[in-house]
Structures are given as structure tokens and as C-alpha cells.
Design a protein around this ligand. Structure first.
Ligand code: HEM
Length: 256
């Protein structure tokens, strides 16, 4: 029984297109080495969600200039253009699904956990006003304001911050420079400024609020494969990251 929506029917043919697009995204991300920016695109499309007004979210609106030209989205046109190549071959697939699929594939191909992906998001042209995504210069209250507005929890904030394992900051995009590390949550706990690694104010704030810190400490044990970390520990982070990522990718969307 196909799931019918206003402009999108998730039937066997759509699912076949999704499978093909997934394979193409895998190849594209490997070839262009663009996992970080694809993941950032998925997050920035989804992260505008406002649970109260039910506006924003993973609805493909970031493809519109009115939204991708927001300061927070600087540089993401590169990822939009890369996704456009896949969209041209699979026009049936909504942009909203395509960007979230790209985010899921980016995590998988770089050795992260498998994240369950359910298609069916509809596209919207309604761009949210600038300012819904987090400002890296702020602290824990701001992070809570922004993520709780989306309907996400303190645990989601910390788990998703593990995404900074991938990629780096580019001065010409965000004004920040440098990269996090293979183990951003573990490095945070060192509280050592001299290592040259990037720590945004928001990163540091994850240590301030006890509600965040408990998860930083938990995940830090196994974000890296420390000799004494058990496989079970890694499973906890992978499981929580995959759960939080799925929530992020489905804000305002009820798969049926
Ligand atoms: C990069 C801020 C959460 C994924 C960045 C950059 C900043 C930033 C300033 C550098 C951008 C550039 O110069 O290219 C923040 C803040 C967050 C946050 C303040 C609040 C917690 C997230 C989340 C995800 C994510 C939830 C994904 C689940 C990424 C990735 C990059 C990145 C993959 C690297 C992009 C690249 O290398 O091109 N983030 N971020 N971030 N962010 Fe975040």
C-alpha cells in the first residue's frame, strides 16, 4: 500500500530510486571526499525546525537562495550543487529526502554507525528567517534554546556534537579556522588550549552544564577506540548518535 502525500508517493518505484541514489551518493562522496560538507548540509536543512510553529526542518528549503545565503550556510552551495547531480538523475526524489540521505550516507561511508533512513519528506519553498541555527560564539543556554526549540534533548546535543569528528572550519565560510579531531568529545575533556585544535565556545560549553557533561564523559570513553575501551562502549555512542541523527533527520516528519 503506497504512502500518499500531497506531492510525493513513496511506492516501490520511489524506494528503488532511493536505493540507486544511495549508491550514487556513496560513490560521489568517496570520489569528491565531501562527507563533512554533505553532513553539514543535511544538518542545516533540518536544524531550522521549530517544534511549536512546526516550521523549518528537513524540507529542502535550503536549496533556495533566500536560505542558503544565510551567513550560517556559507559554503553549503558546494554541497547543494553536488546533490543536484544526483537529483537530475532521480527527479522523483524530493530534495528534502536527498539531503537527509546524503547526511546518512556521509556518516556511514566515513565509518560511523548505520542510520535508519525512511523516505517521504516533502519539499517546501518556505525559507525560515536567519538565526535559527546555533551561533558558535555562544554557550550552553543558547545551545539548549536552539536544540530544545527543535524538540531535541541535551543528550541529542552532545551525541550530535560528535559529528565534528568529520571536517573542519574554513575561515572564508564561518570565520573559524582549523579542525576538531578524530575524537572531539575526548579532546574537549583535556581542556588544553595549547594543542592547536579547534574548540568553539559551544564546544566548551558542553563541559559547563552538568546535563551535557555527563554525556561528554560517557561518550569520551569510546569515541576513540582506546586500548581499554570495550566494544560495548563504542556501541553506546554509535547507538545514541544514530538515534539522535535519525531524530534530527525526521523533525516535523512522521514516517508512515
Ligand atoms: C562545521 C558550528 C553542530 C556537523 C562547523 C563549523 C562551525 C560549526 C562554525 C565550521 C564551518 C566552516 O567554516 O566550514 C556548529 C555549532 C553547532 C554544530 C555551533 C552546535 C552544536 C553540528 C551538528 C552537526 C554538525 C549537530 C551534524 C550532526 C558539522 C560538520 C562540519 C561542521 C560535518 C564540517 C563541515 C566541513 O568540513 O565542510 N560547525 N556545529 N555540526 N559541522 Fe557543526
Amino acid at each position: 500500500m503506497p504512502i500518499t502525500m500531497a506531492a510525493l508517493i513513496v511506492d516501490a518505484e520511489y524506494l528503488k530510486e532511493i536505493d540507486k541514489a544511495r549508491r550514487e551518493l556513496r560513490a560521489l562522496i568517496a570520489k569528491k571526499n565531501c562527507a563533512p560538507i554533505m553532513l553539514r548540509l543535511a544538518w542545516h536543512d533540518a536544524g531550522t525546525y521549530d517544534a511549536e510553529s512546526k516550521t523549518g526542518g528537513p524540507n529542502g528549503s535550503i536549496r533556495n537562495e533566500a536560505e542558503y545565503s544565510h551567513g550560517a550556510n556559507s559554503g553549503l552551495k558546494i554541497a547543494l550543487d553536488l546533490c543536484e547531480d544526483v537529483k537530475t538523475k532521480h527527479p522523483k526524489i524530493s530534495y528534502a529526502d536527498l539531503y537527509q540521505l546524503a547526511g546518512v550516507v556521509a556518516v556511514e561511508v566515513t565509518g560511523g554507525p548505520d542510520i535508519s533512513f525512511v523516505p517521504g519528506r516533502k519539499d517546501s519553498n518556505a525559507c525560515t528567517d536567519e538565526g535559527r541555527l546555533p551561533d558558535a560564539n555562544q554557550g550552553s543556554k543558547h545551545l539548549k534554546d536552539v536544540f530544545h526549540r527543535m524538540g531535541l534533548s541535551d543528550k541529542d546535543i552532545v551525541a550530535l556534537s560528535g559529528a565534528h569528528t568529520l571536517g573542519m572550519a574554513h575561515p572564508e565560510r564561518s570565520g573559524f579556522d582549523g579542525q576538531w579531531t578524530q575524537d572531539p568529545l575526548k579532546e574537549l575533556l583535556k581542556e588544553d588550549e595549547s594543542d592547536g585544535l579547534l574548540k568553539l565556545s559551544t564546544d566548551k560549553s558542553l563541559l559547563e552544564a552538568p546535563e551535557f557533561r555527563q554525556y561528554v564523559e560517557l561518550y569520551a570513553k569510546f569515541v576513540t577506540l582506546l586500548p581499554n575501551s570495550s566494544q560495548q562502549d563504542e556501541d553506546v555512542f554509535f547507538r545514541d548518535y544514530a538515534e539522535s541523527h535519525k531524530k534530527l533527520s525526521e523533525l516535523g516528519f512522521t514516517p508512515t
